[in-house]
Design a protein around this ligand. Structure first.
Ligand code: HEM
Length: 483
């Protein structure tokens, strides 16, 4: 055999080896891409039971586009129904493994299971200090301490009652401002909150494709890094002002605010200044957006259903009258006003996917289904509250359902309607949030008749950002009911 002939043989066997490897890689990649539930599940496919259903993983991005759209809760509900995967559906978004439930029993198994007491890491939450606040703090001693502080000091029934004066004052100011059509103040804080809100609500590719993290293609990290120092300065200044007042003996207010509560903590519970900033920032953030968005949906419904609005006003007029301001103690005698809030939380849950997902800390079973550690679990509360097997005429806005026969608790015990979540990470601000919305709604309905704007109809179009907002902000008229 000549040298030339030998080289040719070697080259051709090399080529066929290359072809063989390429075909194996190609087949492997296609199989991986087409593997049920997507690429992130590929490693666990054999271990997980066949009972768990989900869409194919092709294209490579998985269900990425679902989360970049405005209504992922609706798309996921439809998909789960089509695939007969209402109880549990598995899918991937890039390299993130997801399961989602649209069924109350399975939702309970997830939310009340200690295995799901963690939250998935979100780059923007980390950059914006939220890993030191309650919502995104990893499950552990620090998070437990914050929950303890919030349950005993920040949101105890005593504290909620003590804050009534503040809440009433703000409600009254709102009424006055609507009367004078004034613009609200506090623009600095408003800007910080709205920038943080946008960043946290944005779908971040880096969360699901780790390599892209290096590039920061959407500029989210850059904007977070820009915002975090401003938050530090702003909230830090509020804390300093409170400290100064105490030193100068100017703190004559009997009811302290959240800053006072945190400054008064016993030594063993005390937080460092940077942790206090993170906690207060989260409270400002969560306390404003959820309550404001819920009120906007309620008022939109009031404009669209004048007969429901009139019924609520008749109840307020009967119980409170028109000369006395509404107070917390009146709310228990306003069941119809409460039913309106409940029905709005059912039809337009502020967190249709329960705002923040949960993360499996260790391998766990949900029913017969094996869920590996590191899987992100979600509950589609919107799908549950719109399920015709659980609710009569679910699409209809009908507060009477809670007065007549379909009454359920909304505090997390009944998973047919759990807008505040359930289990260890249930919303700690739920009682404060509800007390605020009840009071402000009663104040706004007592003072005004809410009617459509002159040239703009109310559109109930949703846009899920961090919470579910109205795509087109509500434009309507508030007509004073009493001169
Ligand atoms: C109408 C008002 C509100 C709604 C619909 C709402 C909804 C929610 C939901 C769905 C969760 C996730 C629960 C889970 O994972 O099971 C949550 C968590 C949370 N909420 Fe609320 N919320 C409201 C008001 C508030 C208020 C007023 C505050 C505080 C001022 C607050 C602070 C928090 C915090 C800190 C968490 C995270 C808890 C943790 O991870 O341990 N929320 N909320």
């Amino acid at each position: 055999m000549s040298l030339e002939h030998g080289l040719m043989l070697f080259r051709s066997s090399l080529l066929s080896f290359e072809a063989f490897i390429s075909s194996v890689l190609l087949v492997g990649t296609v199989a991986l891409l087409l593997s049920p539930w997507g690429i992130a599940w590929a490693r666990y496919r054999s271990k997980a039971s066949d009972a768990i259903l989900g869409p194919l993983g092709f294209p490579f991005l998985g269900l990425l586009t679902v989360f970049t759209g405005a209504t992922p809760h609706r798309v996921l509900a439809k998909l789960a129904k089509a695939l007969n995967a209402v109880k549990l559906m598995a899918f991937s978004v890039g390299f993130t493994r997801f399961v989602i439930s649209s069924d109350p029993e399975t939702a309970r198994d997830i939310l009340n299971n200690s295995a799901f007491a963690d939250r998935p890491v979100k780059e923007s939450a980390y950059e914006l200090l939220f890993h030191r606040a309650m919502g995104f703090a990893p499950y552990g001693e620090y998070w437990r301490n914050l929950r303890r502080i919030s349950a005993t000091h920040l949101f105890s029934p005593k504290r909620i009652a003590a804050f009534e004066g503040f809440r009433r004052e703000i409600g009254a100011k709102m009424v006055e401002e609507i009367n004078c059509s004034m613009k609200s103040k506090g623009l600095d804080l408003e800007e910080l909150v709205s920038e943080g809100y946008e960043l946290l609500g944005m779908f971040n590719w880096s969360d699901h494709f780790p390599l892209l993290g290096l590039l920061d293609l959407q500029g989210i990290r850059k904007r977070c890094k820009n915002l975090a120092p401003k938050v530090n300065v702003f909230v830090g200044k509020i804390i300093e002002e409170h400290r100064l007042k105490r030193v100068n003996g100017e703190d004559d207010c009997k009811v302290g605010d959240f800053v006072d509560v945190l400054l008064d903590l016993e030594k063993h519970e005390q937080l460092s200044d940077s942790d206090m900033i993170a906690v207060l920032w989260e409270m400002i953030f969560r306390g404003t957006d959820t309550v404001a968005i819920l009120l906007e949906w309620i008022l939109a419904r009031m404009v669209l259903h004048p007969e429901i609005q009139e019924k609520a006003q008749a109840e307020i007029d009967f119980v409170v009258g028109n000369s006395k301001p509404v107070s917390d103690s009146d709310i228990r005698n306003l069941p119809y006003v409460q039913a309106i809030v409940k029905e709005t939380l059912r039809v337009h849950p502020a967190g249709p996917l329960l705002s923040w997902a949960r993360l499996a800390i260790h391998d766990v079973h949900i029913g017969d289904n094996f869920i590996p550690a590191g899987t992100t679990a979600m509950v589609n509360m919107w799908a549950i509250t719109h399920n015709e097997n659980l609710w009569t005429e679910p699409e209809k806005f009908k507060p009477e359902r809670f007065i007549d026969k379909e009454d359920v608790s909304i505090m997390g015990a009944d998973l047919r309607l759990a807008p505040f979540g359930s289990g260890r990470r249930v919303c700690p601000g739920k009682s404060m949030g509800l007390a605020t919305v009840h009071l402000w709604l009663a104040q706004l309905l007592q003072a005004f008749k809410w009617v459509p704007g002159e040239d703009k109809d109310v559109e109930l179009v949703e846009h899920l950002k961090l919470s579910m907002e109205m795509k087109n902000p509500l434009v309507c008229k508030a007509m004073p009911r009493f001169a």
